[in-house]
Design a protein around this ligand. Structure first.
Ligand code: GUN
Length: 300
């Protein structure tokens, strides 16, 4: 039986690493004599989860000393109206970063809308120019925030992936695909052998069982079972899922894509949900926005 303190030492504390990133940015911003960095966050509709994420992003901006613009459109907004607003943000010299919270209502084409954001303000890293820079390892681009947060969390925990087998569960444009590219990069700590598995993959548990690093990003509560985790593997859980729980005050609790208690027994390092990748995503959003601000040469 592993002791409590040994268990505790296994936790990759995303909240702590994110707090350190944000407090270092905050310190730099406090000494700025020019205008502060500014992030514009756009929400379309009233999806409750998206509303919570947007609130957290705006709150982090204000706590870190950023300017923040928050714009909420009804779910029925036309493509023309949304386009016009995004183009006005592109043109504003006071705006460094622009983010449209996803998912968008079905009548809006996500790819088309995210591609309207100027690549040099695309702090979410979803524009094809920035995704192309990720492929070519051009560090002038913006890397999507959740994959970047996973990378920084691994680095902060001195995990060296060189030659290791990383299995990413999920192939989304927001997490799985860009994270595959990051972990493949010819860069200190990366250089992993990457397998990206998804709903069509045969023998998925067999592949996960071979992983030195498992990143779960499929959005299915506790899909990755504890017994699939190889002894000593590192486990990063990107999932945020609500499951009904009559004993909880709100009637539900939040769990990840990994069956935590089972995986904890086998993993050498593991993230919790909440308190793992989520705070890192927000910290990377502000880091990208500050990078955009600095690239304009107005920080002296
Ligand atoms: N929806 C889920 N994750 C994200 C994200 O990282 N950025 C945006 N804009 N929307 C999301």
């Amino acid at each position: 039986m592993t002791s409590y303190s040994a268990m505790h030492n296994k936790i990759l504390d995303g909240q702590r690493v994110a707090d350190a990133v944000l407090s270092s940015i905050k310190k730099e911003i406090e000494s700025l004599r020019q205008r502060k960095p500014c992030l514009a966050v756009v929400l379309v509709g009233d999806d409750p989860a998206s509303a919570i994420y947007v609130k957290r992003k705006t709150k982090a901006c204000l706590e870190t000393g950023f300017e923040s613009i928050q714009k909420i459109f009804p779910a029925t907004v036309s493509e023309e109206e949304l386009t016009e607003y995004l183009l006005s943000l592109n043109a504003s010299s006071n705006v460094d970063g622009i983010l449209v919270q996803l998912p968008l209502p079905a009548h809006l084409n996500q790819r088309k809308i995210t591609s309207l954001i100027s690549p040099d303000k695309d702090v979410d890293g979803f524009h094809p120019v920035n995704l192309g820079k990720l492929v070519t390892e051009d560090s002038s681009g913006y890397v999507p925030c959740t994959p970047l947060g996973v990378k920084e969390l691994l680095e902060a925990s001195s995990v060296d992936l060189a030659g290791k087998h990383a299995v990413i569960v999920g192939r989304s444009t927001i997490v799985g695909k860009p994270l595959s590219l990051l972990l493949l990069q010819k860069q200190k700590g990366m250089n992993a052998t990457v397998t990206c598995v998804h709903s069509y993959t045969h023998d998925l548990p067999l592949i996960v069982k071979q992983a030195d690093l498992v990143v779960a990003a499929i959005g299915r509560a506790e899909f990755i079972r504890g017994e699939w985790i190889k002894e000593g593997a590192v486990v990063i859980d990107v999932g945020i899922n609500r499951v009904e729980d009559a004993s909880a005050k709100k009637g539900y609790r939040i769990v990840g894509d990994v069956e935590f208690e089972g995986a904890l027994q086998r993993a050498s390092l593991i993230t919790k949900v909440p308190g793992g990748v989520g705070p890192m995503t927000i910290a990377m959003l502000l880091k990208n926005t500050y990078k955009s601000y600095k690239s304009k040469g107005i920080h002296v």
